[in-house]
Design a protein. Structure first.
Length: 218
């Protein structure tokens, strides 16, 4: 895919609830980049799958993606745990991944004009969607720490779910995402590993910003 010259492109992959979204938002604000949370697209299709009695309807999915609007991605129902699990189930499907690929690449390499580039996070961003990104990060953290953070988020959203259920769900999604045949989650050789287990959001961002500043301003 051709891209605008001189834009900054940032690709981030991470297992569930590792803090990639938070860092992606901070990066987008700091460097004036367009942010796309690709997990939300899979969650939207996951929700469609639940609503369609757990049957995959490619025509319906194509229509939804064609008319996608950013309001759809802000639906708070997308944050539900059953939607997250459904997303990782439909994410194994090759045809579904192909339907979404161009949409993601278009935002990655041709972001809206007012931005200086783009930042995308997901599971196959460094390995498939943005192989040529200026920066590639793999953000991870210990699974119990990730579960604890997600559990606190659910509590804030008043979702009725226990810590053990959250832990189980995250482990299930990690397993599905890392072991699927098509576009599995993995750290590419050229991605910088950031482990957030012992880092605050601020400390983590400081690290990322230092890496980016060095390359951009040198
Ligand atoms: O990032 P988030 O947890 O919202 O993603 C939900 C699910 O969508 C993931 O567990 C994964 O199965 C799928 N996904 C994917 N590829 C992406 C983004 C998300 O397979 N690029």
């Amino acid at each position: 895919m051709s891209s605008k010259k001189d834009i900054i492109t940032v690709a981030i992959d991470s297992p569930a609830a590792a803090g990639a979204g938070t860092q992606a938002k901070l990066i987008s604000n700091e460097f004036d980049l367009f942010y796309l949370d690709t997990g939300k697209i899979y969650r939207l299709i996951g929700m469609l799958y639940i609503q369609n009695k757990r049957k995959i309807n490619y025509n319906l999915i194509k229509k939804k993606i064609k008319r996608i609007n950013f309001k759809d991605l802000k639906d708070r129902k997308l944050l539900n745990d059953n939607v997250a699990i459904a997303a990782s189930i439909i994410a194994k499907d090759k045809r579904i991944r192909t339907i979404i690929k161009n949409l993601q690449r278009n935002f990655a390499y041709n972001p809206p004009k007012k931005f200086k580039g783009s930042v995308l996070d997901g599971r196959d961003i460094t390995s498939v969607i943005m192989k040529k990104a200026t920066f590639k990060f793999y953000i991870t953290a210990n699974v119990r720490i990730r579960a604890q953070r997600r559990y606190l988020e659910y509590k804030k959203l008043k979702r009725n779910i226990s810590f053990n259920e959250v832990l189980k769900s995250i482990k299930k999604r990690d397993y599905l995402d890392k072991n699927r045949t098509i576009s599995p989650l993995k750290k590419t050789k050229d991605s910088i590993l950031i482990n957030t287990s012992k880092l605050s959001k601020k400390a983590c961002f400081k690290k990322i910003k230092a890496i980016m500043d060095k390359k951009i301003y040198n």
